[in-house]
Design a protein around this ligand. Structure first.
Ligand code: FAD
Length: 367
């Protein structure tokens, strides 16, 4: 590389969404020389459209453990970063599919003492949440201390905290070509100049598959649309938790700001990868409202307050891609969260920091 670099760092993070920002902060916190480049304004990609729900239960105990790292982190955000961002404790209700009931009940028992969740038998679930439900449930997972945080505020706070710890952020700078010499990574090219670095963390969300293609790196990632409706119920809906229901495939939470309810339903639609918002699909809105009405009393008579649709990076299994790229010295991936990357960001940041520094302690869990 003969050009005078625009900047240099040991690690360059590409992408200023919640994942890149969390990685940036974690590396800066550990004294790593780190620089983050963001094509636009940080936090305004897919992260800006996120519900920010942070819950622990997952069907896979490994994912439950990772999400629990996130839950602890976001509840304790000010102590970790020095910046206050409120965590709204709405509680979280998960309704498993009947075929998964025994598994979910056993998973709650297995996670006892690690993750803050309890099992509700059908009658108990009905007693607590029957006023919301259109159909009885056979059993449910209840997380009274789960909730949500504002994803844009969290992302900007991560960046501010990382800067205060010595990291640098360049906004409006798009990473392009990878620069290599003799198979060794030397940096990245941007329109504003070259950034010298021996390690790159690719946290470009839905842009990741396209970037990897442009670098000639094989992968199994794609961009997929997530669409969430913002619905205004007709009357007052009291004591509504954040929720996920695998019987009717709906998820969401109350939205204190608008007084509405977020209501998501999987799209299964692959899209051209670009992090951030997409035009709403009215057929998907109809499907979501129909599915939501099967589960909740308030959904059928609710009015639209808008639709949030954005592209997310998906991988062929739900365990995310937070790892070195095989055969590619110096490139680490932090993506492929299949729609759950907000809650997983603190875990991903700890994992990347472990890979970069060799420090086995990972992100502090607060234990
Ligand atoms: C509607 C919706 C609701 C969701 N709700 C939840 C939820 O409740 N809980 C949850 O855990 N998850 C949720 N998710 C998922 C979560 O929001 C995402 O997994 C997460 O925000 C992804 O963050 P990211 O940093 O990987 O991607 P992004 O936020 O998209 O960040 C990637 C950034 O990279 C930048 N970039 C791309 N290419 C380049 C380049 N070449 N150079 C420089 N910068 C580049 C982009 O501009 C972008 O800012 C939801 C997603 C959607 C769409």
């Amino acid at each position: 590389m003969t050009e005078t670099p625009l900047a240099a760092a040991d690690v360059v993070v590409i992408g200023g969404g919640v994942v890149g920002a969390a990685v940036f902060h974690e590396l800066a916190d550990r004294g790593v020389s780190v620089l983050l480049v963001e094509r636009g304004r940080a936090g305004l990609g897919t992260t800006a459209w996120s519900g920010g729900i942070v819950r622990c239960y997952h069907d896979d105990p490994v994912l439950t453990a990772r999400a629990t790292v996130g839950w602890r982190y976001f509840r304790d955000f000010a102590a970790r970063t020095g910046i206050e961002v409120p965590f709204v404790e709405s509680g979280f209700l998960y309704v498993p599919h009947p075929s998964w009931l025994a598994h979910a009940r056993a998973a709650v028992v297995e996670a006892a003492g690690e993750a803050p969740m309890e099992w509700l038998e059908s009658t108990e679930a009905d007693l607590r949440f029957g006023h919301l439900l259109n159909a009885p449930v056979d059993g449910a997972v209840w997380e009274p201390r789960a909730g949500y945080a504002d994803p844009i505020d969290i992302t900007r706070a991560y960046l501010a905290a990382g800067r205060a710890k010595g990291g640098r952020v360049l906004e409006g700078v798009e990473a392009g070509e990878l620069l290599r010499t003799g198979g060794r990574l030397r940096g990245i090219r941007t329109r504003s100049g070259v950034i010298a670095a021996e390690r790159v963390v690719l946290a470009a969300g839905a842009d990741t598959p396209r970037l990897l293609d442009s670098w000639g790196v094989p992968h199994d990632l794609w961009a997929q649309a997530i669409q969430v409706e913002l619905r205004l119920p007709e009357g007052t809906v009291k004591d509504h938790p954040a929720y996920m229901d695998d019987v009717y495939d709906v998820n969401g939470r109350p939205d204190a700001e608008s007084g509405g309810m977020l209501l998501g339903h999987p799209t299964g639609q692959r899209v051209d990868g670009r992090a951030g918002g997409l035009p709403a699909d009215p057929d998907q809105t109809r499907r979501a409202v129909a599915a939501g009405s099967s589960r909740f009393r308030w959904a059928a008579e609710s009015a639209s307050l808008g639709t949030l649709r954005a592209a997310e990076c998906y991988a062929s299994d739900p365990s995310a891609r937070v790892a070195p790229v095989p055969g590619e010295t110096g490139i680490l991936l932090a993506t492929g969260f299949n729609g759950g990357g907000f809650k997983m960001a603190p875990w991903a940041a700890g994992e990347i920091a472990r890979l970069v520094t060799g420090d086995q302690t990972g992100v502090q869990t607060g234990d």
